[in-house]
Structures are given as structure tokens and as C-alpha cells.
Ligand binder design. Sequence first.
Ligand SMILES: Cc1ncc(COP(=O)(O)O)c(C=O)c1O
Length: 302
Amino acid sequence: MLEPALLPTPLVDCTDAALARAGVELRLKRDDLLHPTVPGNKWRKLAPNLAAAVEQGHTRLLTFGGAYSTHLRAVAVAAAALGLTSVGLVRGEELADRPRNWSLRAAEDAGMELAFLSRAEYREATGRGGTDTTDGLQRRWGPCLVLPEGGSNALAAMGAAAIPAELPDLGTHDVVCCPVGTGATLAGIAAGLPPGARALGVAVLRGGAGYLEGEVARLHRAAYGREFGNWRIDHGHHGGGYGKVPAELADFADSFERRQGIALERRYVAKLLAALYDLAAAGAFPQGTRLTAVVTGLPDPA
Ligand SMILES: Cc1ncc(COP(=O)(O)O)c(C=O)c1O
């Protein structure tokens, strides 16, 4: 078990005139405070996978990520904390000979062995080519537990289901909200809700409509053997695409930080909050709705 710094994570009210005008309440579920180096949804998704790895006698974890992947850093740190070795397969063979950026350096400093793959090799290795590559990866890297990109599998969704379980008194006026990258966090939140409460995900990538809904439903079937009807994904607030932070979003984040005294991760958390303000102002939530936004991560180091 990777010891959390704080569990359950705090739930804080976020009073704001703009939301009050829309008849909406907002609370922040401060999962960013869960662990300093495996924060937010990284800890929620990895904890059950790490427990399974240890129980199954694995000594090595292998996973995938891009040049600035929070998931790679989190796996590197978590593996080291549990005495496991780790391998990170990084998208982009051109990165191999360049000086390491801060994120890959942090993964290496935590003990992760990095290997750099071309886009085509990466696609194949992550299974997006349509074939299960676990055997091939184990032949190349030795016995290891292969974690998917973003750590998003059935166990990860079950880990995220603990988030609503930490929210008391959820009912029909509650909407629990999170950003959506792969959909595992949203899948877990929806599965963990009591009857009547609903989940809302905000897609941070462009062009994911249909695909992301399919991913959430697939994770639900894999983890719970059924689908759930209590969630939806908003696709109108991706800000131009994954990793894009348009000036308007940056201004929103700066102003929110000043007013609420919390540092916001920009690619996921700020997009989520900006979307909620926008939807509230547009009357998308009935009067009396209580929104709980899950703060799923920490800002990058300066
Ligand atoms: C801070 C943060 N929030 C949300 C997400 C998206 O979570 P998921 O991939 O489970 O949809 C990520 C990526 O994993 C993330 O780093």
C-alpha cells in the first residue's frame, strides 16, 4: 500500500457570487492533497493496481506515457516506494538523445528505466494496434505487471469509486464532476454514487465524443459487469484540445486562484472548473444543484 498523506481528502465550500446567481453551490474535493508525488486521481487509480501487483508477487511494473506524463512519474515513485522496479515506455524516439525534461528526469531519478518508442511502436505497444502485447512486452522486459496508459483499467475505476464514498449525504441535487482524459476516473465516480446523484465529466481532449463514452462504458463492464446511466460527458470545453490552455482559460484560472487561494493544475482541473462556471451561467443546472468538483491533480512544478 502506498501510504496516503491525507485520506479522506478535505471537502471545501467554494462560495462565489457568479455561481450563487445561477442558483448553484460548488464544493471542491481536494484530492490534490492526497499524496505529494502521487496526487489526486493518480493515487486513486494506482493504489488498487499496486496492491494487486504486490499480492500477485510482481517485482516490476511497466507502463506508458508521453514526454510530460504525470502517470509515468507517479508509477516511478509508487513502484520505488513499494520496492518494485519500473519501466516507462515513452512516446517519441526523438527524445532518447535529448537532455531529459523535468518530468522524465523525475521519473528516472525515482528509479524508472525509460525506453523511447516511435509513434508506430508506441501505438502497437499500448495495444491500440488491436493486439494484446503483454507477452511481447514480458519477453522484452521480463516478468512485469503491464499498466495501461494513464493507469486506466478496471481496478483504477474501482479505486476512483472511493471518491463519492467519501462524500456524505449525496442525493438527487448532487452532481459530482471531474475532468476526463481516459474516462477511468469518471467511470469510478459514477459507479460509486448512491441512487439519485449524478456524475459529470468534462472532456479535456477534442474529438472524443462517442469514443470516451465507449471507454467509460467499457470500464464499467470490466469492473462491475454492467453499465451505469447516471453520468454524462461535456465535450464543449476542451479549450482547443489536449494540453491547450487558451488565454481565456489561463485568465479564469488566475482569477480563481486569487479568489479561492488554491493553485490550479491547468490542463485538467482549470478546464473542469471553467466548464462548470460556464455551464452554470448558461443555466445548464437546475436551481439548487450542488456541484462537487474533484481536484484531480497538482499544478506542474514551476
Ligand atoms: C490531473 C488529472 N486529472 C484528470 C485526469 C484524467 O483522468 P482519466 O484519465 O481517469 O480520465 C488526469 C490524467 O490522468 C490528470 O492528470
